[in-house]
Design a protein around this ligand. Structure first.
Ligand code: ADP
Ligand code: MG
Length: 607
């Protein structure tokens, strides 16, 4: 029998490696930017066409490569950054695995032009699917330029897997930010389809953050600083009142390498605990400087996940450092940075005050004396039977649907018992549940979910029609956004407009809001926009209808929070509106809105 096993050809091996290292255009950018930094570049440009699908070019003024290196760099496991196993424990460069360029060259058409600073001529290498097509001397600038064309041209599965241009561009920007924030001393620029998108001059960290995310960051940040034998911490964190409803800007760097580390992230969140609302996220740009022998970066090909030998201690140091900075800032709110000169857009309205969730307790409430102290006695205007009728209608509708084959969790009450006018038909429990009497027993409604359902259906209607429900603002409200978010808002303008937002672009990344939807409060504008942006971002890759996303976000945002005490009149109106909805049983997010308990079920329990 012949032997079956053979070594795979290099081109195949490289493609397999590319599967891990290069998932999308953004991964190629990351590797190329890191190589440019490793080459000590002080100026780096990125040129993109069609979100990187047809062209990703990175040009740097770094050390450049010799003629031989220009050919060698595409070999698998070829690196100038380590020489022996021990070097793995003293890594200060981004690269060391020597597989990025080999991987990139196996799945695209690459043109490399490179020249060392002391060389007369540079070299050009053209390579396609791991095959060198051409190599010749060229006259070029010192440094390196790598063009990656038609990424995944020979891997249709990968190419077809790519998302929309907006989504791919987002991934690219994310990688670009990570390197640019880690290296404010380097000048960066990024062009997309010949349009300049980012121009980041060399500067300090604070200036870099402001240049990327917008001027409003000037007053949002406080420095963090701590030196210890274990780890040095530096960077900036966001003031608690500027916490965002979107995950937004959360950056950890270890020895200038961007990392994802849920455990250390938790230490920052913990430091903010009770200072920001539960559904908000702190902003942070935290740099850890640590002995490379105490970390392992080689656990994942893209090196964004790393292991710390002393993660517990680092957790504690980060938490106390962040706490300390927040505390310092609270005592001296006027802590000031060297304010940047140049164009200054006026600061936005201060963020919302911090509102911890409140639970109000009615001290007079006595469950054994419902007739005397019951909150439902507050109002006598209730016309019995009004919402009960709606509810019955709803059930009947459901029954008809059932008969047509639609499933339903509800059943129809058989008999309408005579109402005892002295017994309240509706009351509130724990300021969260509405309990109402129905013909067949009682129904328990989660008031927040109910409200969300009502608003959601209302917004959907508004979005699908052209009703005008906005309130004009006397003074337009100014919102500053990051360039990425600003792009998204520009895209969403039609949906936002039809829901009642009147928004005009006002210079770069700034918008003026002159009208807002009727049930919103001016203070909530920024919040809601942030939430909508976040929701749309999260769902960019899904094909969810944009207007359902917008309606759902608006409903969640505009909803009265749990813990609100309701008058009988308010409860009745809520219940009425709920049963006028198309789908009263579930919230827009799929949570159960109501539970029905029939008298029969009660009878069984008391047997
Ligand atoms: P690694 O970065 O892990 O060493 P790469 O495949 O990314 O592996 O790069 C291989 C080698 O090519 C690098 O070690 C470096 O010597 C050289 N190289 C790559 N990009 C550049 C660049 N922009 N400037 C100078 N040298 C480069
Ligand atoms: Mg590299």
């Amino acid at each position: 029998m012949p032997d079956l096993i053979q070594l795979l050809p290099d081109a195949v091996v490289n493609q397999i490696a590319a599967g891990e290292v290069i998932q999308r255009p953004a991964s190629a950018i990351k590797e190329m930017l890191e190589n440019a930094i490793d080459a000590a570049a002080t100026e780096i440009s990125v040129i993109l066409k069609e979100a990187g699908r047809t062209l990703i070019q990175v040009i740097d003024n770094g050390c450049g490569m010799s003629e031989t290196d220009a050919r060698m760099c595409f070999e698998r496991h070829s690196t100038s950054k380590i020489h022996q196993a021990d070097d793995l424990f003293a890594i200060f460069s981004y690269g060391f695995r020597g597989e990025a360029l080999a991987s990139i060259a196996s799945i695209s058409q690459v043109e490399l032009k490179t020249k060392k600073h002391d060389a007369e001529l540079g070299s050009c290498v053209e390579i396609e699917g791991s095959t060198v097509k051409n190599q010749y001397p060229v006259a070029c600038q010192p440094g390196t330029s790598i063009s990656v064309k038609n990424i995944f041209f020979n891997v249709p599965a990968r190419r077809n897997f790519l998302k929309s241009n907006t989504a791919e561009l987002r991934h690219i920007f994310d990688e670009f930010f990570r390197v640019a924030i880690a290296h404010p001393e380097v000048k960066f620029s990024l062009f997309h389809n010949n349009k300049p998108i980012y121009q980041l001059p060399a500067g300090n960290l604070r200036q870099r953050i402001v240049n990327i995310f917008g001027n409003q960051y000037n007053q949002k940040l406080v420095p963090v600083e701590q030196t210890s034998s274990l780890v040095n911490i530096s960077g900036f964190i966001g003031k608690p009142e500027f916490s965002k409803k979107t995950r937004g800007e959360q950056y950890f760097f270890t020895n200038k390498r961007y990392i994802r580390h849920p455990y250390l992230h938790h230490s920052v969140e913990n430091a903010y605990k009770e200072l920001i609302p539960d559904d908000s996220y702190p902003t942070y740009f935290i740099f850890l400087e640590i002995n490379p022998a105490r970390i392992d970066i080689n656990i994942h090909p893209t090196k964004t996940e790393i292991n710390f030998l002393d993660s517990k201690d680092i957790y504690a140091v980060i938490q106390s450092t962040v706490r300390q900075s927040i505390g310092k800032y609270n005592i001296t709110p006027a802590i000031d940075f060297d304010v940047e000169t140049g164009l200054d857009i006026p600061p936005p309205q201060p963020g919302q005050p911090i509102r911890p969730p409140t639970i109000t307790i009615n001290p007079d409430y006595n469950p054994f004396e419902p007739r005397i102290n019951h909150p439902a006695r507050d109002h006598k205007k209730h016309i019995p039977g009004q919402w009960e009728k709606l509810y019955t209608d709803h059930l009947q509708k459901q029954e008809q649907e059932d008969q047509q084959g639609f499933p339903s969790q509800m059943d129809i009450p058989e008999q309408v018992p005579a109402q005892d006018p002295a017994i309240p038909t509706i009351f509130q429990l724990e300021n969260r549940y509405i309990i109402a009497r129905i013909k067949s027993g009682l129904v328990v409604i989660d008031q927040q979910y109910a409200h969300e359902r009502i608003l959601y259906e209302r917004y959907l209607k508004v979005l699908q029609s052209s009703l005008n429900v906005s309130q004009q603002q006397l003074i337009p409200f100014q919102v500053d956004l990051s360039p990425v978010d600003a792009d998204l808002v520009n895209e969403l303008l039609p949906e936002l407009h039809s829901i009642g937002f009147e928004i005009q672009p006002f210079g770069k990344n700034t918008f003026l809001v002159s009208s807002i939807p009727a049930d919103l409060d001016r203070n909530e504008i920024r919040d809601i926009l942030e939430r909508i942006i976040e929701n749309v971002k999260k769902n960019l890759d899904l094909s969810a209808e944009r207007y359902t996303l917008v309606a759902r976000t608006m409903a969640r945002a505009a909803v009265s929070k749990r813990g609100k005490k309701l008058m009988e009149r308010e409860m009745l109106s809520l219940v009425e509106q709920l049963f006028a909805c198309q789908t009263p049983d579930v919230s827009p997010d799929g949570k159960q809105v109501l539970i029905k308990i029939t008298t029969e079920e009660l009878n069984k329990k008391f047997k």
